[in-house]
Design a protein around this ligand. Structure first.
Ligand code: SAM
Ligand code: DTB
Ligand code: SF4
Length: 338
């Protein structure tokens, strides 16, 4: 018998249950996901988030998908940490464009303590503009997580990226366990967790089952779950592999299935349709919204890769009759659990 938490979520999903969801007839799966979505969220609303790379390239990690790794020959130029004023200018533009959350990403294995004062100023400055703040800076020590929490950071993004079994084939410079440790430090500091991964890296269905299983069985579900479709970048291990085997690209229906299973297993979480929308048809994106995705990255750039741009997104949302989420999310898992 499944054990329900007081907020109605479950952390005891089995792999067999998650595999059975993936195996459902497509329309049954999407219908179920849409029901779960409507029970917990305003189905006609999508959260708009904006990304800024505050420190680009030159990263010592060897993530096989990433243009910013020193192991990749992607042509991305390494930069220093941006200055606080420039970051706040970007944030002000994002706010004017209607963004609800400003996400700042750095190509680091981990932040150095000497970088923290500037990072803290960025969090405080963006918060003062009335936007939610998110940062993704790599691995954190407990004292660093606490410093970010004290600055008022709302979310920390740290992805598990794929199944525990596949992890070591994609990244060798850190372990799946180290990822979980940082997530624990973020939780312990009281910051909301944003954690998801990438599909379309040539993984199997079983890996996608293992990926959703790992997220849905965390002690508390991440408040945000980004589902990225691999953006194949020339010069990265996975980008080059996919260029040689085009059939390895994730099938649109399988991508929607992954979103739907994430929605059903983590009903209160925001499921973010993240990287890869530039090459995704409007019909596939509409199916993702039907299957419970309720957040996107706006603007014409992610960190280094292109994004659809505000005009194309405004047209799509208008066509679908979907509106931008304003103010607080309907319910946060961390609040509901208390
Ligand atoms: N360096 C930090 C870290 O890895 O934790 C933060 C930045 S990193 C770029 C954030 C996430 O972006 C990765 O965990 C991965 O899921 C996603 N990502 C990076 N490159 C991608 C690509 N080419 N396609 C899709 N998602 C990608
Ligand atoms: C996440 O899961 N996706 C975003 C965010 N977290 C930081 C990053 C996507 C990066 C896409 C590739 C690039 O722009 O280099
Ligand atoms: Fe570095 Fe993050 Fe890219 Fe990995 S995903 S190489 S940690 S920037």
């Amino acid at each position: 018998m499944a054990a329900l938490n007081t907020d109605g979520t479950r952390n005891d999903w089995t792999r067999a249950e998650i595999a059975a969801l993936f195996d459902l007839p497509f329309t049954d799966l999407v219908f179920r996901a849409a029901e779960v979505h409507r029970a917990h969220h305003a189905a006609g609303e999508v959260q708009l988030c904006t990304l800024l790379s505050i420190k680009t390239g030159g990263c010592p990690e060897d993530c096989g998908y990433c243009s910013q790794s020193v192991s990749a020959d992607s042509g991305v130029k390494a930069t220093k940490l941006m200055d606080v004023r420039a970051v706040l200018q970007s944030a002000a533009q994002a706010k004017d464009a209607g963004s609800q959350r400003f996400c700042m990403g750095a190509a680091w294995r981990n932040p150095k303590d000497r970088d923290l004062p500037a990072i803290v100023e960025m969090v405080k400055g963006v918060r003062a503009m009335g936007m939610e703040t998110c940062m993704t800076l790599g691995m954190l020590q407990p004292h660093q997580a606490r410093a970010l929490a004290e600055a008022g950071l709302d979310y920390y993004n740290h992805n598990i990226d794929t199944s525990p079994e596949r992890y070591g084939e994609v990244i060798t410079t850190r372990t799946f366990g180290e990822r979980l440790e940082t997530l624990e430090h973020v939780r312990a500091a009281g910051i909301n967790v944003c954690c998801g991964g990438i599909v379309g890296m040539g993984e199997t269905r079983e890996d996608r089952v293992g990926f959703v299983h790992a997220l849905a069985t965390l002690p508390r579900h991440p408040e945000s779950v980004p589902v990225n479709a691999l953006v194949p970048v020339k010069g990265t291990v996975l980008g080059d592999m996919l260029a040689d085997t085009p059939l390895a690209k994730i099938d649109d229906i399988e991508f929607v299935r992954t979103v739907a299973v994430a929605r059903i297993t983590m009903p209160l979480s925001m499921v973010r349709l993240s990287a890869g929308r530039e090459s995704m048809s409007e019909a596939t994106q509409a199916l993702c919204f039907l299957a419970g995705a309720n957040s996107i990255f706006t603007g014409d750039k992610l960190l280094t890769a292109g994004n659809r741009g505000d005009d194309a997104d405004a047209a799509l949302l208008a066509k679908l009759g979907v509106v931008a989420m304003r103010g607080e999310e309907p319910m946060r898992a961390c609040e509901a659990a208390e």
